[in-house]
Write a protein that binds this ligand. Structure first.
Ligand SMILES: C[S@@+](CC[C@H](N)C(=O)[O-])C[C@H]1O[C@@H](n2cnc3c(N)ncnc32)[C@H](O)[C@@H]1O
Length: 341
C-alpha cells in the first residue's frame, strides 16, 4: 500500500537537499514502506508505539525503541493528524535535534493537515526548505533560533490527563480520547450482565469497554486487554488497575491479527475502522477472524461497528451465523457464537 507522507518525507534526502548523517539519525513515528529501503538500517533508530508498524520495521531490519538518545544530527518525523499530538511530536523532534546543526524533517499529506503542520514547525524554528509532491508536503529546518518557550509549552500538549470528571485518564491522539465513543456506549448498553469466565477486549484503547465489562459483569474471572497502540494500552492499564476489580487482568501490546494468547469464553470489541481519513473494512474483518480463532467453541463475540461496514460476509464465513442486537445512530451491535466443527 502506498504511503505518500513517507515517500515525500524521504525526498530531501534522496535529492541531497538534506544530508544523511553517517550515524545517529532518528525517525519518530517511523513507518515501513518501500522508500525506507533507500536508508541504511544500521544508521537509523526508529520510534514507533503502534505495534503493526513497529513489527513491519523490525522485520525489515530497523531498530525500534522508545528510548531515544539525548540528541540527534537528523530527526525525521511523520506528525499525526490530531493537532495537539502533532504539535507535541514536532516539539519533541526539535528538542531531540542537536542544537544548531541538527535538522528536523517532517512530512504530512494535504488531507491530514500538511499546511497546518508546516506552519507549526515554522513557529518552532526557521524553515530551511520545503517540497510538495504526492499530495503531501515535506518541510525542514535546523535547530537554531528555536522558540524555546513555545517548545516547552508544546511538548506537554499530548500529556495524559483526567477526563470525564476523573473517570479515566487519556491523552490527545487516542481514539475518542476525551469522550466515550457513541458506538462503544451502544455496545456497553447492549451487553448482558452475565458475561462470565475468561474474556478479552480487542483494541481496548484507553480501557473504556473493559472498564464497563468489569463494572457490569461480576462473574468475569479474567479479562485480557489487547491494544496495538502502546500509549493507549499504558493508560488502559492505569484506568483498569485504579478500579480494584477482583477479576484478573492482563495487558498485551500487540497486533490482534497475529493471534490471541489463550482461548476465551467471550470477546468484546469496537474494532478499528480507518487509518487517516479512509475507511478500512479489512481492519475489522481481521479482528472478526482473530476473535473466531481465539474463542473456545461456544464462546461469544460482542462487537459494535459502523452500520455501513461490510462485516456480514466475514461473520458468515467465520461464525456461520450472527445476530444484530441493536441498530441505532448509525451503529450496529453484533453477537455471534463460535460453533463446533
Ligand atoms: C475503535 S477503537 C476502540 C477503542 C476502545 N475499545 C473504545 O471502545 O473506545 C479501536 C482500537 O483498536 C486499536 N487497534 C488498531 N489496530 C489494531 C491491531 N491490529 N491490533 C490491536 N489493536 C488495534 C486502536 O489503536 C484503537 O485503540
Amino acid at each position: 500500500m502506498k504511503d505518500p507522507a513517507l515517500e515525500t518525507l524521504l525526498l530531501p534526502l534522496q535529492n541531497e537537499a538534506v544530508a544523511m548523517p553517517t550515524s545517529g539519525a532518528v525517525f519518530l513515528r517511523a513507518r515501513m514502506g518501500s522508500p525506507m529501503r533507500s536508508l541504511d538500517a544500521a544508521n537509523l533508530l526508529c520510534q514507533q508505539s503502534f505495534a503493526p508498524d513497529k513489527d513491519a520495521l523490525e522485520v525489515a531490519g530497523f531498530s525500534v525503541s522508545e528510548e531515544l538518545p539525548q540528541s540527534a544530527p537528523l530527526v525525521l518525523v511523520l506528525p499525526p493528524r490530531q493537532r495537539g499530538e502533532a504539535r507535541a511530536l514536532l516539539a519533541k523532534a526539535v528538542a531531540l535535534a542537536k542544537p544548531v546543526s541538527g535538522v528536523v524533517v517532517a512530512a504530512v499529506t494535504n488531507t491530514e493537515g500538511a499546511k497546518t503542520a508546516e506552519g507549526d514547525l515554522a513557529k518552532l524554528l526557521p524553515l530551511a526548505g520545503k517540497l510538495s509532491k504526492n499530495k503531501s508536503r515535506v518541510f525542514w529546518g535546523q535547530a537554531q533560533e528555536v522558540d524555546e518557550a513555545l517548545l516547552a509549552q508544546w511538548v506537554g500538549l499530548d500529556a495524559p490527563r483526567d477526563i470525564l470528571d476523573g473517570r479515566f485518564r487519556s491523552r490527545p491522539g487516542l481514539f475518542a480520547w476525551d469522550h466515550i465513543d457513541p458506538a462503544s456506549q451502544l455496545l456497553v448498553n447492549t451487553l448482558p450482565t452475565n458475561l462470565s469466565g475468561v474474556g478479552a477486549d480487542l483494541g481496548a484503547g484507553f480501557g473504556v469497554l473493559a472498564a464497563e465489562v468489569l463494572r457490569k459483569c461480576p462473574k468475569v474471572k479474567m479479562l485480557d486487554l489487547y491494544e496495538a497502540e502502546k500509549r493507549a494500552l499504558d493508560l488502559a492499564r492505569d484506568n483498569i488497575e485504579a478500579m480494584q476489580s477482583e477479576a484478573l487482568r492482563e495487558y498485551y501490546w500487540q497486533d490482534v491479527t497475529k493471534g490471541l494468547r489463550k482461548p476465551y469464553d467471550f470477546i468484546v470489541s469496537n474494532p478499528p475502522f480507518h487509518t487517516g481519513k479512509a475507511d478500512r473494512a479489512d481492519l475489522g474483518q481481521g479482528f472478526i477472524r482473530a476473535a473466531a480463532r481465539g474463542l473456545r467453541v461456544g464462546g461469544h463475540l460482542w462487537m459494535v461497528a459502523n452500520r455501513h461496514l461490510p462485516y456480514e460476509d466475514t461473520l458468515d464465513k467465520t461464525f456461520g451465523s450472527y445476530k444484530i442486537l441493536a441498530d441505532e445512530g448509525g451503529y450496529k451491535v453484533i453477537h455471534a457464537i463460535k460453533a463446533g466443527r
